[in-house]
Ligand binder design. Structure first.
Ligand code: HEC
Length: 139
């Protein structure tokens, strides 16, 4: 195992263990926790777009539970990854934060003295979010 992988694993385990100590409720997974902490404010806890901040945006946050439905029943993995990462900037105004950049900054703040793979730090989080989003898809 690469040392960066081992550090990521240790960090994920440490993060995962925290809520257990505080509460007896079932432990939410990493992707769900990221989503609830960073995305639900706009997209809603259920992903349908009715988060508390939604009314204050110029553009309504899209319903993230219909992404597969709107794509012929297949969850659009690459497109969604790109939408979250925000690389390339896209066109026009973007109200959605650029999470790739956000995670890059977060990595530098959290792991200032540890060797780590920055791209992997970002990718791990976006992949966890994608996994959570696939579970939110309307059947
Ligand atoms: C400040 C409000 C806000 C937050 C926070 C936010 N989003 Fe968004 N999101 C939007 C808006 C608004 C759009 C529509 C495109 C745009 O204007 O940028 C969008 C678009 C998207 C899309 C594209 C959906 C589609 O149908 O193409 C995805 C996927 C997405 N968001 C996921 C997330 C994830 C995952 C997070 C948390 C890491 C998140 N969003 C956090 C407001 C937000």
């Amino acid at each position: 195992m690469q040392s960066s992988t081992r550090i990521m694993l240790a960090a994920a385990l440490a993060l995962g263990a925290m809520p257990l100590a505080v509460t007896a409720q079932p432990r939410p997974d990493f992707g769900q926790r990221e989503f609830n902490a960073k995305c639900a404010v706009c997209h809603g806890l259920d992903g349908k777009g009715a988060g508390p901040l939604a009314a204050h945006l110029k553009k309504a946050p899209p319903d993230l539970t219909t992404m597969a439905q709107r794509n012929g029943g297949v969850f659009p993995v690459a497109k969604t990854y790109a939408a979250i990462e925000g690389a390339g900037g896209g066109h026009g105004t973007r109200e959605m934060p650029v999470w790739g950049l956000d995670y890059t900054i977060q990595a530098a703040e959290q792991l200032p003295d540890l060797p780590y793979n920055q791209a992997q730090f970002v990718r791990t989080r976006i992949m966890a979010l994608l996994e959570h989003l696939t579970r939110l898809q309307a059947k």
